[in-house]
Design a protein around this ligand. Structure first.
Ligand SMILES: Cc1cc2nc3c(=O)[nH]c(=O)nc-3n(C[C@H](O)[C@H](O)[C@H](O)COP(=O)(O)OP(=O)(O)OC[C@H]3O[C@@H](n4cnc5c(N)ncnc54)[C@H](O)[C@@H]3O)c2cc1C
Length: 567
């Protein structure tokens, strides 16, 4: 895309990504027809998003002091955009102009010192502060709490401060988004190589505090392993850890901030580990007679010491949705890929295919080998899968506009329980979605593979509740339908002893199950840490642990701080 066109591009205010990339026109009509046929319903009428200027907002309840006034914005569209994140429940309501809470102001600091000053003012004035990276939280992490509140948008903390080509590390500000990081590193032949699906619109600070997962299947792909040191502002002082390749000195300060979801401080910058850009790539697409056989092969591959960049196992529905298999196929498909800076990949690919053969896998495409800098040149099943991966978020918006429900959930478990969990989750999601929406399409894939376990990821597409006229009530009904499915699958995840999230974070939506998952003494320690760092409780209201001890911590949420404020 040319610079001119880039300059004119507009972000969607209610849904995902660029407005010019949205599914519309014939493509949207085609999708409506496909869903109508699949769900045996008349084609849905397309709903257009309301004009954001028509949304009535309460007057701002707070005013910044003169010294900070230049950082604040009370612009209505700015406030509306910062009133919701990217969970289906939020975007389907925003589509109809139903944004129940907006921040009083959006504040854009230009330096760490500004962040400290804003936190100081929030503390004195008792104003809640919601750090905002890209607003791509899918778990209600950026939903404004009740009461006076500012959204602390970190987009101006977007500098690459230093690149250390000796140690292969870079010092980056927390508001940098994925493309800007990679553009800055390209001349040195280095890459951060952290590519969550939301990469284009999410930030380094957001990744760190949500423990984001990149799209590579193995190796250092969780942000946890890519961070060398973190700098943050807390309401009671600056937090800087030391740059170290590894350390045995007590509990890790970085690990405290990783996953802290904005409750302990605002990440202003971090030193991150870099890699040389891969120039050697290999790929193959394989079919298995069953998901269980495919899981066996992926386990054999990682337990043999191989570290494929891609090892996504797609069940037949997912493979068809992604265009990696014919629509009526019944094979489970493995999209397998290896990457290295320069090394030839024939040997690891050959060994992986041998293990795949042992588990009944049959090669459909490849193996093929490429050299060169260009990414995104995958062919066959891998190419189709990559395109579908990039279009997925736009598809979710389109289904919302057609009155349907489309959302994903994810988890991780050990190999001994993997096959049973996947089958249980598929059945539970399908049963719940059919009972609420009358029909459902449930697609399962695995995203990450470890020596001791795997991360399953499930997409649910359903026709949505019938008989509700288009308008805010329809948006609420679509959101409520998903909430029922989410409740059922979250209970199933918890009952199986799996994690409530592998990489989407806890936010508001996962709180009840996170509360059961984490040890109680840990919750007490975290609560104390919050009180120590943020005595006025301005950060992260309603997230991770309540500031006031709830003696029955494993009970369903009753504390008003924890309840979903938008319900
Ligand atoms: C289409 C789509 C695809 C996605 N794919 C992935 C994926 O592949 N992998 C993955 O891990 N996640 C994924 N996500 C979820 C989301 O992108 C991640 O959680 C991401 O890390 C959030 O980053 P952000 O900058 O948008 O943070 P935000 O959404 O703005 O904030 C998330 C949380 O972090 C806090 N926060 C943000 N910045 C800071 C900071 N600098 N300091 C302190 N607190 C802060 C916020 O207050 C909030 O609690 C996806 C989301 C969408 C919508």
């Amino acid at each position: 895309v040319s610079d001119d066109r880039m300059a004119q591009r507009r972000r969607s205010w209610w849904g995902w990504g660029w407005e010019d990339q949205a599914i519309q026109g014939d493509e949207l009509a085609g999708l409506a027809a496909v869903l109508a046929e699949r769900f045996q319903r008349p084609p849905a009428t397309v709903v257009d998003p309301v004009e954001p200027a028509s949304i009535e907002l309460p007057r701002p309840r707070v005013e910044l002091p003169a010294a900070l006034a230049h950082l604040g914005s009370a612009d209505p569209l700015d406030r509306v955009r910062h009133g919701h994140g990217a969970a289906f429940r939020e975007l389907v309501r925003a589509l109809y102009g139903d944004v129940p809470r907006v921040p009083d102001l959006v504040v854009r600091p230009t330096s760490a010192a500004d962040v400290a000053r804003v936190l100081g003012w929030c503390t004195d004035a008792r104003v809640a502060c919601v750090p905002w990276g890209g607003g791509t939280s899918v778990v209600g992490g950026v939903t404004p709490p009740e009461g006076p509140c500012v959204s602390l948008d970190l987009e101006r903390l977007d500098a690459v401060l230093e690149v250390d080509e000796v140690s292969l590390a870079a010092h980056l500000q927390g508001g940098l988004m994925g493309p800007a990081i990679e553009r800055a590193l390209e001349p040195s032949g280095l890459t951060f190589r952290h590519f969550p699906q939301s990469w284009e619109f999410s930030t380094l600070g957001g990744w760190i505090v949500t423990r984001a997962g990149g799209h590579f299947a193995t190796g250092p792909t969780h942000i946890d392993d890519l961070v060398e040191a973190i700098g943050a502002e807390t309401p009671t002082g600056r937090w800087d850890s030391r740059r170290l390749p590894a350390s045995g000195a007590g509990p890790s300060p970085d690990r405290w901030l990783l996953g802290s979801e904005g409750t302990l401080g605002v990440v202003t910058d971090a030193w991150v580990r870099l890699q040389r850009r891969p120039r050697s790539r290999a790929q193959a697409t394989v079919a298995f007679p069953s998901l269980v056989a495919g899981l066996g092969a992926v386990r054999a591959i990682v337990q043999d010491g191989l570290a494929p960049a891609n090892a996504r196992l797609l069940d037949p529905v997912e493979a068809a949705l992604a265009g990696a298999a014919p629509p009526d196929g019944d094979a489970t498909v493995l999209v397998l890929g290896f990457e290295a800076p320069e090394a030839p990949l024939d040997a690891p690919m050959a060994r992986a295919l041998e293990l795949i053969g042992d588990h009944g896998g049959v090669v459909r495409d490849g193996p093929s080998f490429r050299r060169g800098d260009r990414t995104g040149t995958a062919q066959g099943g891998a190419g189709a899968w990559r395109q579908a991966f990039l279009r997925g978020p736009y598809l979710r918006d389109a289904v919302a506009r057609l009155g349907g429900v489309a959302e994903t959930f994810e988890t991780a478990t050990t190999w001994d329980r993997a096959a049973a969990l996947v089958s249980d989750l598929r059945d539970t999601a399908e049963r719940a979605a059919r009972s609420v929406c009358g029909d459902a399409l449930v697609a399962v894939r695995t995203t990450h593979a470890y020596v001791d376990g795997v991360a399953p990821y499930v997409t649910v597409i359903a026709p949505g509740p019938e008989g509700v006229a288009a308008g805010p009530a329809r948006g609420r009904a679509q959101a409520a339908a998903w909430d029922e499915v989410k409740q059922a699958v979250s209970e199933a995840i918890d009952a199986a002893g799996a994690t409530i999230t592998h990489h989407h974070a806890v936010g508001r939506d996962h709180r009840p199950w996170y509360d059961r998952q984490r040890p109680d003494p840990f919750a007490r320690a975290l609560r104390s840490a919050r009180r120590e760092l943020d005595p006025a409780g301005v950060l992260g209201q309603g997230l991770l642990v309540d500031r006031v001890a709830d003696p029955a911590t494993s009970a369903p949420p009753t504390d008003p701080e924890r309840r979903d404020p938008t319900a």
